[in-house]
Ligand binder design. Structure first.
Ligand SMILES: Cc1cc2nc3c(=O)[nH]c(=O)nc-3n(C[C@H](O)[C@H](O)[C@H](O)COP(=O)(O)OP(=O)(O)OC[C@H]3O[C@@H](n4cnc5c(N)ncnc54)[C@H](O)[C@@H]3O)c2cc1C
Ligand code: FES
Length: 268
């Protein structure tokens, strides 16, 4: 873990409430996809944890949704401003178990940490399938970016697909059917678990807890889950994020946020 000062190079909206921030600084502690950073914000006691979306030398991309005071303050920031950031937090995803054809399942702002993972899996020559879940078509982000990495991409929309999206790109699909669009991305009404491919070697997932529970039940291979628990310190000192696993209590911030399927115990 390292505390560093980062310069904001970019901070732009991807949708009505989701922003992409590019930071420049000492990224030496960021070694694995699925790790996260903890951002200090003026007037707020607790830092805000955000996952690494992409790492490119000393550039770090984060994608965050505005949900409260901290993320609203982040959305108001402009290039040139400096941010105090704790880097190198969490264990991150392990790539060695991925096999030839890993499956990546993401929901909402659980999608960003899967991007650096997809980039690295593709660089190793693996055939990557991504299923990205959103509530509405207006919320969709980064589908094209995953496609550009050479992943097979399906986007699932909980509320279904209207006749034309804001971009005029998405056309009606009868419930339960699929339509391949110009971008080569498949859009489907439903949840990520409605679009699981028949064959895959392993899976990686991040998203809201109901989605993670559904993925746990619906997947037939082993895999890794990233949890976005509420946190206190963010680096293992306060026990505020501890959860029960098969091998005893673990701190999501330090022993996680990634847990293997075999370790997970769901509270009722
Ligand atoms: C490991 C990890 C990675 C994350 N990665 C991302 C990401 O890549 N993109 C993204 O949009 N969000 C991510 N989150 C969630 C993000 O941290 C919260 O949405 C954010 O802290 C909310 O802060 P706020 O001040 O805007 O909201 P408030 O609700 O005002 O925050 C109040 C307090 O609750 C905490 N908190 C609120 N919601 C969450 C939450 N869902 N998870 C954890 N703590 C929360 C805040 O840190 C703060 O301490 C991640 C969370 C964790 C734990
Ligand atoms: S947030 Fe303090 S131990 Fe995890």
């Amino acid at each position: 873990m390292k505390e560093g000062i980062f310069e904001i190079l970019e901070n732009l909206p991807l949708t009505d409430s989701v922003y992409r921030m590019v930071l420049s600084g000492d990224t030496s502690e960021m070694t694995a996809p699925g790790q996260f950073v903890n951002i200090k914000l003026d007037g707020l006691f607790l830092r805000r944890p955000i996952s690494l979306c992409e790492l490119d030398g000393d550039l770090m991309t984060l994608i965050y949704k505005v949900v409260g005071k901290g993320t609203a303050a982040m959305a108001d920031m402009v290039p040139g401003q400096m941010l105090n950031v704790l880097t190198g937090l969490g264990n991150g995803y392990g790539l060695s178990e991925a096999g030839d054809a890993p499956l990546l399942l993401g929901g909402g702002v659980g999608i960003p940490p899967l991007y650096e993972l997809a980039k690295r899996l593709r660089a190793e020559g693996r055939k990557v399938t991504c299923v990205l879940g959103f509530n509405t078509t207006e919320e969709v982000f980064y589908a094209e970016e995953f496609k550009a990495l050479g992943c097979a991409v399906t986007v699932t929309i909980r509320d279904g697909i209207p006749e034309s999206s804001s971009e005029g790109r998405i056309t009606e699909a009868a419930p339960g059917t699929e339509n391949a669009l110009g971008t080569g991305i498949l859009y489907k009404k439903g949840f990520v678990t409605d679009a699981l491919p028949v064959e895959y070697s392993y899976f990686y997932t991040c998203g809201p807890e109901p989605m993670l529970r559904a993925v746990f039940k619906s997947t037939k291979t082993s895999g890794q889950f990233s949890f976005e628990e509420r946190m206190g310190c963010g680096f293992g000192a306060c026990m505020g994020c501890s959860c029960r696993t098969v091998t005893g209590y673990k701190r999501i911030c330090k022993d996680g946020p990634v847990l293997r399927k075999e370790e997970i115990l769901w509270d009722a």
